[in-house]
Design a protein around this ligand. Sequence first.
Ligand code: ADP
Length: 248
Amino acid sequence: MEKILQVSHLSKKYHTLKEEIEALKDINFSVSRGEFISIVGPSGCGKSTILSIIDGLFEKSSGEIKMSDNISISYMLQDDCLLPFRTILDNCLIGLEVTGNLTSESRQYVIHLLKTYGLEKFMDQYPKHLSGGMRQRCALIRTLATKPDILLLDEATSALDYQTSLAISDDIYQIIKKEGKTAIMVTHDISQAISMSDRIIVLTKRPAIVKKVYELSFDSHLTPIQRRKTKDFSSYYDQIWRDLDVHI
Ligand code: ADP
């Protein structure tokens, strides 16, 4: 598969007035087109920092991020960040507006996405009319509107209750696969990572290094919820739980 992103020897130190925080130390991984990759690790180990550096929001301290030509990235945050005074359609058009790419064609593409993914009836309504799961689906469509090659998902369902989180993880997975996108997801939720990913990168606690990489071998027809019912799922869970060395 075509490699579209290569992260090499990535390190990051934050400097505050009081201290230096070494978040990342020599992180290496590559991403191929169409892959769904999850990064898991203890809270505060530097997962979100990796996404922010890939997206260009934060400077790296050293190392290299190499991207193939013409690869675009879009970041979906933990909070859906929908503006309450804009309709669902207008919320989904924001990225196109601010990048100067709003045309009748790109607008039609967003309407097509809203129709395909069950939000047609809500297009002219406001975020307060949507359930938590629908809001997250709307945030995903806003992220897809600019036709990015790679989606960065940061704890995309952690603000939702458990049942909704399972359902929306299924939705997000199926939409990303159907649209042929590449995804890098950061999560503290081992089960979510196993249910959605082709590959999982396990980080150590801070300063984070890559502890282990899992290539998951589930039947490609299984949805995230169906994966959860397999034997392999529990076995991956046990292994990653041990890797994270969580003391209660
Ligand atoms: P994770 O996503 O794994 O929870 P983060 O990438 O958010 O971890 O943060 C990694 C570490 O870097 C944490 O200890 C956090 O407090 C610190 N950190 C994150 N952002 C900043 C910042 N802007 N300034 C200083 N320290 C930061």
